[in-house]
Design a binder for this molecule. Structure first.
Ligand SMILES: O=C(O)CCC(=O)C(=O)O
Length: 277
């Protein structure tokens, strides 16, 4: 049974047939005026008394699942499906704030940030953010191609080593995103390109102003109706680390939505293991 759906019994009202049983038998009866319609008296309908009755009825009520907000350090299994467990690990204080400040300043000034174009339905549009790619192999998504760039910036290499220590993985690439202000964003997507392998582990570091990282589960059966779908939100703060693993890319999408209040710049680094195209 679909767990998103709840079967609930609801009380419904209905007009019942006239009843002969009167509870107010002792009350004085106010005579009803005849419903005179210009017809002969014997054609005038008798006044009937109706009572409002409640009847039980079974009706399916669908409720939107409450959005899960993750702010504390720990492991969270978002879902368990035949495709696997969608697991995230969140460490809000992975780097201390002073070290995170230094890293932010280095990367802000020294990464070769560029605004690239996405291609959708044959149309090209500028991405609302800046990006840079580091990795032994090229990386393509949404019609954007980043050429291989094995010249790791020393700060990015140092962070790669730290992440390899905590995850036990060997990352060979990293996509860097720069959100210049609250108007910059990345739309709903999954990092599910074939070059990332079947269950990619992605380690994501954040610096600068905090932004909401949102997740939504893909609806069953390839539907595009997200109305009753599970959602989660993680405010990604300065110096935080988020790790997505297992079926998270197969079963969930994520995004950084545009904000409607002021936001300062934010840098995000997503370390990945990539296979040759
Ligand atoms: O900025 C973020 O935290 C998310 C970036 C992202 O979704 C991506 O690089 O695929």
């Amino acid at each position: 049974m679909n767990t998103d759906r709840k079967r609930r019994s609801r009380v419904q009202g209905g007009w019942a047939a006239p009843s002969n049983v009167r509870s107010d038998r002792n009350k004085p009866q106010i005579p009803q005026a005849p419903a005179w319609t210009g017809k002969n008296v014997d054609q005038v309908q008798q006044h009937t008394e109706k009572k409002f009755m409640f009847q039980e009825s079974e009706e399916e009520v669908r409720e939107k699942p409450v959005e899960k907000v993750i702010t504390k350090a720990g492991v969270c299994d978002l879902s368990t499906e035949p495709s696997g467990v969608s697991r995230i690990r969140f460490f809000p204080n992975f780097l201390d704030p002073t070290e995170a400040d230094t890293i932010y300043n280095d990367l802000y000034h020294e990464v070769p940030w560029r605004q690239r174009s996405d291609f959708k339905n044959g149309e090209s549009f500028l991405q609302p953010r800046l990006t840079a790619w580091y990795g032994d192999f090229p990386y393509s998504y949404s019609g954007v191609r980043h050429e291989a760039n094995a010249e790791w910036h020393s700060t990015l290499k140092m962070l790669k080593d730290r992440l390899e220590e905590v995850t036990g993985l060997k990352f060979n690439s990293m996509l860097a995103n720069m959100y210049r202000d609250g108007h910059d964003s990345v739309a709903w997507h999954s990092d599910d390109e074939r070059t990332l392998g079947p269950e990619p582990t992605i380690a994501s570091l954040s610096f600068g102003d905090s932004r909401n990282f949102e997740l939504r589960k893909k609806p069953p059966g390839g539907s595009d109706d997200y109305t009753y779908i599970q959602h989660a939100k993680i405010p990604l703060t300065h110096g935080s680390l988020l790790i997505m693993e297992g079926a998270t890319q197969a079963d969930w999408q994520h995004r950084i939505p545009r904000e409607y209040h002021d936001r300062g710049p934010r840098i995000n680094l997503t370390y990945r293991v990539i296979f040759p195209e």
